[in-house]
Write a protein that binds this ligand. Sequence first.
Ligand code: ATP
Ligand code: MG
Length: 467
Amino acid sequence: MLKVLKVIAGVIFINLMIYLSWSVAFTIVSYTKEKRNESNVTAAMIHEGVLMGDMLALQHSSWKEGLERIAQHNHYSMLVRDAQGIEQHFGSNSKKYPEISQTSMQSIISGGTFTEIERSNIFKTGVATVGVPIQLDGKQRALVIQSETPSLYDHYGSQLLTVFLGFLIMFLGMLSFRPWKKEAGALYSIIEALRRMSKGDFKVNLYKNRHMNGQFGQLVESINDMASELNQMEQMRQTFISNVSHEIQSPLTSIRGFARALQQEGLDTEQRHHYYSIIETESLRLSKLSDNLLKLTSLESDQHPFEPKPYRLDKQIRRVILACEPQWVEKNIRMDVDLGEVIITADEDLLSQVWTNLIGNSIKFTPNGGTISVDVTSLSDGEGAKISISDNGTGISEEDLPHIFERFFIADKSRNRTVGGSGLGLSIAKRIIDMHHSDIQVSSKRDAGTTFTIRISNTKKINLKQS
Ligand SMILES: Nc1ncnc2c1ncn2[C@@H]1O[C@H](COP(=O)(O)OP(=O)(O)OP(=O)(O)O)[C@@H](O)[C@H]1O
Ligand SMILES: [Mg+2]
């Protein structure tokens, strides 16, 4: 705003300076021109007076009518005076005659001429007076002709208007055309950028020059921000699609391979069963993958039902541990469980998936004979629960640790591929914990073990009878 005012003030100042200098120059030029013209004006009038004299001398009696007609026609004031001092006036009487002295009059009558231009100031019209001898009715007389000369500033108004309009057009052109030229260019690049984005090309970065302040600059910035966000989303989408197709492709390849192997003749029952079980495992893997994908999409869409209600968290976790019993028993894993009585208000079904994945992971990544500890305690303020799930398994390296909640992330791929899983469990868990406005942390050391710590808020601890 201040900048605009400064520009307007600058334009007004420059204009004023131009008009002032132009007015002074106009006055000087007009004055010198007028001064040079004055002698021409009076000379022309004298010439006219002489012609009038010659013409009227022939008309004898009607010279008065003739003079009156000429005076009216030329807007002159005229005076005829004889040697006795008798005067006769013709034409308009409104003009003031200059004081022509007696001697000057006498010198005109006796054949001399008189010229004078009178102007009270340069802004007003002047009066040019000439005197010529004239012979009428056979008598020598003086003819005084008076005419108005225009003011020096007669054309000032129109010329000022011309200059004013000229500069106005110039400044308007400078003010509007220049930025518009730039903005029109920028506008074209914005349209081009939007066109590219509408075709799915988000690698757009519009150049914002220093003239693009205000709303135009904001528009350019917003388009750049939008393009960068869309580009990120597009990259995520592409990574997601390639991950999904990879995850689908590998079980399908095994299924196809073993299905073909089963067509061979001469396979014994044991081999056949082995192939069948691989096909079954891979089909289950595919089915779990599709389940997880649907779950993740639904959780991320904000449309997933979320029904928190109070329930016994410790009981829920015990159920999950018991459901996994075949796996940990098979690996001879020691389960160290310490479950306090805790009631939380949360979505029971959703949280069940979190514990299943975390405990499932611990079992998956802990070698035979390892130990898994599960602790559930109330938070000291009584408004939540802290759940900690630790194992002394493979652990996660420092570089992989920040990525484990990303979709399809599998740490130490070569080793963990053998244990199965598509790397979606933890992203689902993180999303569920986020929906509860709660927190999940992980600490891990390679070959030493991993601990997941979850703090569930929005929980209530109620003293319940032992169930
Ligand atoms: N307790 C753990 N010990 C060692 N590594 C783990 C542990 N928990 C998770 N990870 C690492 O984090 C990765 C991601 O875990 P996540 O649960 O998301 O996927 P997954 O278990 O491989 O597959 P899914 O859960 O989808 O079946 C795992 O592949 C593993 O590399
Ligand atoms: Mg998992």
